[in-house]
Design a protein around this ligand. Structure first.
Ligand code: ADP
Ligand code: MG
Length: 854
């Protein structure tokens, strides 16, 4: 009991909370102008305190609490302030849906932007970035803080400006792509981001866990290489299973035996199949996979001369999707149909490493505690559970397990019908679009009106609208699980948003339908409806526009009052029915996602219920359940239509789910560990690039590259007992003409000194020559060659690293950890790339000439 007491973060920060609220009372007396001046006052104070944000935390938080009150007429709860404190400490604040996290983020965002650095608030989609930034703009207009917004729609010319704001709202993917693009540009004016100082990630589990399994990739199409695929296909037919290779069905992989390796090397007439310079191993293994593991009409079909993937679990045809890393091409070769071009990775980064670029990182979500270890291990963030403002009284009922899927869906549909008849709002979460459509069809047959939501990006703003209505009397809403993140379901309805929507809809094309469907005539007079319907015309007429604005404001207020009263009454009725009812139709790959679905009900102390309907044919049971469960059920021997409620069953279910969680965590961890190797290289290359982009005098860089090259090649020269060829090569590479000295009698330092001197003389001459022809040209040439060679070499390096990662898994290393082997080889590849970049840059610049058209 005592432990519980001291662990409560409310108690730990009680003093700070009291001080903030005291200061807040004090600020209430301030005029708007005085409040606005707070920003300057606090900035100065921060400067005098070595930019230690803790010294002004109390005043800054109080200032925003007051700004929120003035802008939105809402008073922040203590738990919200507490959430802000946690976010400022680089941790994750776990706060349930509907607790008001959007406003929580404003507190630490304000505090940290006072340092002069930019603060980023990251959302999962453009809709939320827009919605939250416009709310933030209202609040921050009281304290003279500029709020920026970057979405897919943002004009590239405008982006820099948005990033330069004090606080910028942006989605995770836009942030990542801008980062990669900034590091690919050849003009420094095109760089849009400034540094990575402090990020607050909303729905942090969705971004750092769910999306962390696949990296962000910018890719380009390469030329089509038919030959190796066709050749490898032929070879694969000459090799036999168990003699030349072994098949591992579980992990869908193939390993060549020693005999297989030498057979391939013989046929191809090459020395080493695993040489990273030639890519044969990749083609051969893909061809073998195509031969043995990917079967026509099971894993894919061929239609109109195309190979089309069939989804493993659902059997659905996945038009337009392609297997990566050349596998799709290998199957095309096997089927003897046209081989499509490969995609080439130009740049890529994982979310893990992207967000680790920040000095300070914080996150908020309703569900993080179950993944606490991962957040700590990878991101060094603690998950702190913030108590809800009002006690949560939601009832989580125990699972109902049916023998088969048919009976499960049947009883879910019946449950929906019952709820519809009693007018209790119900939300049904499904795991795929296909299943949501199945239920929708069943409900249509039963004549149960409902809304259907799925996670397609183009539906996101419509999603918000459907979620808005999901808490109204009699609403039945089917939603795939990731849909509607960030919008909460309010019982009865949201008067503010419904008012906005009504005004918008009445000005749109289908306005008459909207009036009839939504009982608008009971709320507004005929005259008022007409007014709203013509608002676009009226708005454009300058003479009437002033009068128009005040009239619209009146109608708005009227609507808001009406809706507020209406929804309040409705909410009371719904609470009597038990509040929102959430139905889960399958356990997910982690408890976290189950919790998220349940958390839709019972917000802000409301009544609510959740229940999962499961079947023994669900993926989780089938794949990870083992046969204990089957046995158990056969033993129980009960009617198919009657669900089983058994503690034993729930236990094995939970352990199956934990197995899945661990499985996916391993995948993410592995991706992270491997990407971490390339991440350090990426940082080095991007830094070098940035240095060159920002330099005005690149001559030093060229000379430095040349001197390194001289040193490296001389080392080889000495090592190989002064083999003369190397010296010739150096002289040729540097394009130094006179060679009167007898270098072979000199020692290492003497030659080095001589060559460095010759290099400078030669470069000075070149510079004078070019400068005469066109002033400034040499600097442009230098920059061009440097960037071009770095980019080209880096892209080739990425490809080699991809390949390396693949075949590290193919080769067996006895006792050795493949990750260590990967690190070693990656290091060698990187060093070679750097040497190569220096040499080619020097070679090219030493040979540059100007051909002048006359
Ligand atoms: P979350 O992101 O935690 O799910 P939101 O930020 O979307 O929650 O807020 C949910 C609702 O709660 C919004 O309608 C918001 O206006 C309201 N809200 C937030 N803070 C307060 C507050 N202090 N008092 C009253 N309502 C609030
Ligand atoms: Mg939110």
């Amino acid at each position: 009991m005592l432990k519980l007491f001291t662990n409560n973060p409310i108690n730990r920060h009680k003093k700070t909370l009291i001080s903030i609220n005291k200061e807040y009372e004090n600020l209430k007396k301030y005029s708007n102008t005085q409040l606005e001046k707070q920003t300057e006052v606090l900035r100065l104070k921060l400067l005098n305190n070595n930019l230690d944000t803790n010294t002004i935390l109390i005043e800054a938080f109080a200032t925003i609490k007051e700004a929120i009150f003035r802008a939105l007429h809402l008073t922040l709860f203590d738990v919200q302030i507490l959430g802000g404190i946690i976010l400022n400490q680089n941790n994750i604040a776990e706060m349930k849906t509907g607790e008001g996290k959007t406003l929580v983020a404003l507190l630490p965002a304000y505090l940290n932007c006072l340092t002069g650095e930019g603060v980023h608030i990251i959302t999962v989609n453009d809709y939320l970035a827009e919605r939250d930034s416009s709310l933030a703009k209202k609040v921050f207009s009281y304290v003279n803080i500029k709020v920026g917004l970057v979405t897919q729609k943002t004009n590239p010319n405008q982006k820099k400006n948005e990033y330069n704001s004090n606080i910028t709202y942006i989605t995770n993917s836009e942030l990542g792509f801008d980062y990669l693009k900034d590091n690919m540009t050849i003009h420094k004016n095109n760089i849009v981001q400034r540094n990575f100082y402090y990020a607050i990630i909303d729905e942090v589990d969705s971004i750092l866990i769910d999306e962390a399994r696949t990296p962000l990739i910018i890719s380009g199409i390469t030329e089509i290489k038919n030959q190796p695929y066709l050749e490898a296909n032929k070879i694969s037919n000459l090799l036999s299973n168990k003699i030349h290779y072994k098949i591992d069905e579980k992990s869908k992989s193939i390993i060549l035996t020693d005999q297989g390796i030498s057979q391939c090397e013989e046929i191809l007439k090459i020395k080493n199949l695993y040489d990273t310079q030639n890519h044969w191993i990749k083609y051969i293994l893909n061809a073998l996979k195509a031969k043995e593991l990917f079967l026509k009409n099971k894993d894919y079909i061929t239609k109109n001369n195309q190979v089309i993937i069939v989804d493993e679990f659902t059997g659905r045809i996945m038009d337009g999707r392609r297997w990566s890393d050349g596998l799709h091409q290998s199957i095309e070769a096997k089927e003897n149909i046209k081989i499509e071009a490969e995609n080439k990775t130009l740049a890529s980064i994982t979310y893990q490493n992207l967000f680790l670029l920040y000095n300070k990182l914080a996150g908020m979500t309703g569900t993080a505690k179950t993944e606490e270890n991962e957040f700590l291990n990878i991101y060094k963030m603690n998950v702190v559970n913030i108590p809800t403002n009002k006690k949560c009284i939601r009832k989580d009922l125990s699972d109902l397990v049916y023998k088969d899927e048919y009976n499960k869906w049947q009883s879910i549909a019946n449950e929906c019908l019952d709820m519809y008849n009693m007018k209790r709002p119900t939300l049904i979460g499904t795991t795929s679009i296909q299943k949501s459509e199945l239920l929708s069809d069943m409900l249509k047959e039963m004549k149960v009106p409902h809304s259907l939501l799925n996670a397609k990006p183009e539906n996101v703003s419509k999603e918000a609208e459907i979620i808005l209505q999901a808490g109204q009397k009699g609403s039945i809403t089917i939603s795939t699980n990731m849909a509607g993140r960030g919008t909460d379901i309010i019982l009865g309805g949201n008067p503010e948003k419904t008012t906005e929507l009504t005004i918008e809809k009445l000005g749109s094309e289908s306005k008459n339908k909207y009036v009839n469907n939504n009982n608008i005539k009971d709320i507004l007079s005929e005259d008022e409806i007409k007014y709203l319907q013509n608002k676009n015309k009226l708005q454009n007429n300058i003479k009437t526009s002033l009068r128009y604005i005040s009239k619209i404001k009146n109608i708005e207020a009227k609507l808001r009052t009406k809706y507020t009263n209406l929804f309040k009454k409705e909410k009371e009725e719904i609470l009597k029915l038990g509040g929102l009812y959430v139905i889960g139709t399958e356990r997910h790959e982690s408890r976290r996602i189950d919790n998220q679905l349940r958390g839709r009900a019972g917000r802000q102390g409301d009544q609510g219920t959740s229940r999962f309907f499961l079947s023994l044919q669900d993926n989780l049971f089938r794949i990870f359940g083992g046969n204990n469960i089957e046995k158990l059920v056969t033993k129980l021997n009960i009617d198919d239509a009657i669900p089983i409620e058994s503690i034993l069953l729930t236990k094995s279910l939970n352990s199956a789910q934990k197995k899945v969680e661990a499985y996916f965590y391993d995948i993410r961890k592995q991706l992270y560990e491997y990407d971490d190797v390339i991440h350090n290289q990426r940082k080095a290359i991007y830094n070098e690039r940035k240095k060159i982009l920002n330099a005005t005098f690149t001559r030093d860089c060229i000379l430095e590259y040349a001197e390194y090259t001289i040193e490296e090649m001389l080392t080889i020269y000495i090592k190989t007992n002064k083999e003369n060829n190397t010296l010739k090569q150096i002289i040729k590479l540097l394009n130094i003409k006179n060679n009167t000295q007898n270098l072979s009698t000199m020692n290492f330092n003497e030659i080095k000194y001589y060559l460095n001197e010759q290099l400078r003389i030669s470069y000075d001459l070149k510079e004078i020559y070019l400068e005469q022809l066109r002033p400034g040209l040499i600097r442009q040439l230098e920059k061009y060659y440097l960037l071009q060679q770095i980019d080209q070499a880096w892209q080739e390096h990425i490809e080699k690293m991809n390949l390396l990662k693949e075949y590290i898994g193919w080769r067996s290393y006895g006792q050795q950890d493949p990750l260590i082997e990967y690190k070693n080889e990656a290091f060698h590849l990187f060093i070679n790339m750097i040497i190569y970049i220096r040499q080619t840059v020097v070679y090219l610049i030493m040979r540059s000439r100007l051909i002048v058209d006359v």
